[in-house]
Design a protein around this ligand. Structure first.
Ligand SMILES: [Zn+2]
Length: 302
């Protein structure tokens, strides 16, 4: 019975193919590339230009790592010509969904052996995604810019596969330029890391593991949000941390509330922003945001 059902499903599937509506790619004539986060969208667009349509359906106000796509978004991923995933357990939704393996590229696969495992922390929430935890594999892979370059390389190879041989020269040329820009920022971060010289730093959220490892930052985290002013309890948690880890700077994911900055100033901690840029920024693009991040660190540690 099972075999019969499987066979009839296959027959239905193949019959359906003839009568199915034109796919997205048939409409635009371009390969449809679905991506898991904004860095991959930026990389794909920089590398392929107009040769493909890059689609990133996550809403702008959610962390794409904890986003739960609806059925329509899931089937859009499933019918894409290419699916670029971040890897490192990034898209929690993809663990419960079957995606076509032949279309799927894990852009972090080449440095899998270097993933960082985070010990259990308490759950918390930000945005509409509900409670979550950062325990398990650290997934903000690209802020080690050398890992970012490896992801760019994987995106380039995958794009050449779907965009056809005609696009190859352009992808290679764009790859060389983008790599060079990333290398420059990587060098600047290495230099600022040296100047920081292991001085303790604190982060507003546990998303900087790869940044800390690559650039030798002595970083510990609390579970704060840029738009939420820390209450007394949160301040006590920070003060307890500072008693063992006397940081003079807090690194925020986004522009912190003015009141938060003032509360920190009062206990001798200054604020700077290093935006991991997992979602589309309000202004600028991935590279301008990363450049601003580097400049913020350089300004703090001249
Ligand atoms: Zn979180």
């Amino acid at each position: 019975m099972k075999h019969f059902l499987l066979l009839s499903t296959l027959l239905l599937a193949s019959c359906g193919r003839e009568t199915t509506l034109p796919t997205e790619s048939a409409k635009s004539g371009k390969p449809q590339v679905y991506v898991a986060n904004y860095p991959l969208k930026y990389f794909a667009e920089r590398l392929a230009g107009n040769a493909v349509d890059v689609k990133f359906p996550a809403p702008g106000d959610e962390d794409p790592a904890f986003w739960q796509p609806d059925d329509a978004a899931i089937s859009a991923y499933q019918s894409a010509d290419l699916i670029l995933m971040n890897g490192a357990a990034y898209s929690k939704w993809a663990e419960k969904v079957t995606l076509p393996q032949s279309k799927l590229v894990d852009t972090a696969a080449s440095f899998k052996a270097q993933f960082i495992e985070i010990k259990a922390d308490s759950t918390h929430s930000h945005g509409p995604g509900g409670e979550h935890s950062h325990s398990g594999t650290a997934f903000t892979t690209w802020i080690d810019l050398q890992q970012g370059i490896q992801q760019i390389q994987a995106v380039a190879t995958a794009l050449e596969g779907v965009a056809g041989t005609g696009a190859k020269a352009a992808v290679q040329a764009n790859l060389a330029t983008l790599k060079k820009e990333m290398e420059t920022l990587d060098q600047r971060l290495l230099a600022v890391g040296k100047r920081i010289a292991n001085a303790p730093l604190v982060a507003s959220h546990p998303v900087y593991h790869y940044l800390a490892r690559r650039y030798a930052l002595n970083l510990q985290s609390v579970l704060w949000e840029p738009e939420v002013v820390p209450d007394e309890k949160a301040m006590e948690v920070l003060k307890a941390l500072l008693s063992k880890h006397p940081a003079k700077w807090m690194i925020w994911e986004g522009e912190p509330a003015r009141e938060s900055v003032a509360k920190l100033e009062a206990i001798g901690v200054k604020s700077l922003v290093f935006d991991p840029c997992g979602n589309v920024p309000d202004s600028g693009d991935f590279l301008s945001v990363m450049t601003a991040n580097v400049e913020a660190l350089e300004k703090a540690f001249p």
